[in-house]
Ligand binder design. Structure first.
Ligand code: 5MY
Ligand code: ADP
Ligand code: MG
Ligand code: MG
Length: 328
């Protein structure tokens, strides 16, 4: 049992509380000296007791003011993460800008899909920039603010599909065949965990433009396609190789430093035509950590690292604190 106790407040929507705050996490964290305590965002934060750290997934102006007032009174408490840094992830363009700045010295590359922003739907019919991307394409709402609409996407197979699209502003991205498997990399400070998930199936080039791969298709309807239309049946999910660990860790730590964020995940696909070309397609703030294997020790380790670092100062103190508290 750890001697020092830390009080960590969480300010999360009810849905997030029910997925993230599992009894197994509360118990594991408590037995390692971290007490996770619910914060009521409708009451003044400054009147809810002492917090060594606040984790949150709220962005409204009232909450912003709450955090400012709390920080002014408690300069030693840590807010995870700063709102300005989180807000960059609410736009699908600013979200990925940071990927282009990564400097990796490896054979694997971390890129983003070629993409164009269209701010007005009339532009979709004319834009030569969009046509230069070729087909198939994927259309994503510009905003990524957690609403249902922000996840509403379309596959676009041809010019007609492009012209049909009414949503704007929208990000039009090249659709990259990637063997139907996506890698989700969960980051919690220095802790990194990569998992494999099923993704959209490959779109065979020779079937493009023939029914049913004509016009556009909202994602929700992708399951209506027969296996013969796409390469779904060929997916050998279990046998798909994971990206090299060192590569995943370098990208995770580069993104973490460049974005100034501790709690996020990113979605990566591997180009089916070039096994060293990895594309980061999505970065999510405070994702569904409970779906990640070992989430209890990983999150607990993150809190101990963060708070140990604050107390002892410097990386060495952090490592010693977490090793001592977590092992066994
Ligand atoms: O609900 P979950 O556990 O699936 O988590 C969602 C994430 O799933 P993931 O961990 O990447 O599989 C999900 O990731 P994706 O965008 O689906 O890749 C989002 O982070 C989502 O948050 P928001 O709707 O964008 O604010 C996350 O939703 P919230 O729980 O934050 O509402
Ligand atoms: N450029 C792309 N090429 C191929 N598949 C993609 C591409 N972008 C997204 N996808 C697929 O669409 C899914 C949703 O896109 P994503 O950008 O992750 O949005 P969301 O924020 O809703 O998760 C991904 O999990 C992946 O299966
Ligand atoms: Mg995603
Ligand atoms: Mg997302």
């Amino acid at each position: 049992m750890a001697d020092k106790r830390y009080r960590v407040g969480y300010a999360l929507a009810p849905k997030k509380v029910s997925s993230f705050i599992q009894p197994s996490l509360l118990e594991y964290a408590a037995s390692h000296g971290v007490d996770l305590v619910s914060v009521d965002p409708s009451k003044p934060l400054t009147s809810q007791g002492h917090f060594d750290c606040i984790v949150h997934k709220f962005y409204d102006d009232d909450w912003k003011l709450q955090l400012e007032a709390f920080t002014a009174e408690n300069p030693d408490s840590v807010i995870v993460d700063p709102l300005e840094a989180v807000e960059k992830l609410h736009n699908r363009v600013s979200m990925l800008e940071v990927v282009s700045k990564l400097k990796l010295d490896r054979k694997e590359r971390a890129e983003i899909p070629r993409q164009v922003v269209v701010s007005d739907s009339a532009e979709l019919k004319q834009s030569t920039a969009v046509k230069e991307l070729g087909f198939p394409l994927i259309a994503k709402p510009m905003v990524a603010n957690g609403t249902i609409l922000s996840h509403k996407m379309y596959l676009i197979f041809d010019r007609e599909g492009l012209a049909e699209l009414e949503e704007a502003p929208v990000v039009i991205q090249e659709f990259v065949n990637h063997g139907g498997v996506i890698f989700k990399v969960y980051v919690a400070g220095g802790q990194v965990q990569c998992v494999k998930r099923k993704s959209l199936p490959d779109i065979p080039e020779d079937k493009l433009g023939t029914a049913p791969l004509k016009g556009s298709l909202p994602f929700a309807q992708i399951s209506n396609l027969a296996d013969g239309d796409v390469d779904a049946s060929e997916i050998e999910f279990a046998g798909v190789e994971m990206p090299p660990e060192g590569f995943v860790e370098e990208v995770a730590s580069g993104l973490k430093e460049a974005m100034g964020l501790h709690l996020f995940n990113f979605d990566v696909i591997r180009d089916g035509r070039d096994g060293n070309r990895y594309l980061v397609i999505d970065i999510n703030y405070f994702p569904g950590y409970a779906k990640m294997p070992n989430y209890e020790p990983i999150l607990t380790g993150f809190f101990l690292d963060l708070l140990g670092e604050k107390k002892e100062g410097g990386e060495k103190g952090v490592k010693e604190a977490s090793d001592r508290d977590i092992v066994g």
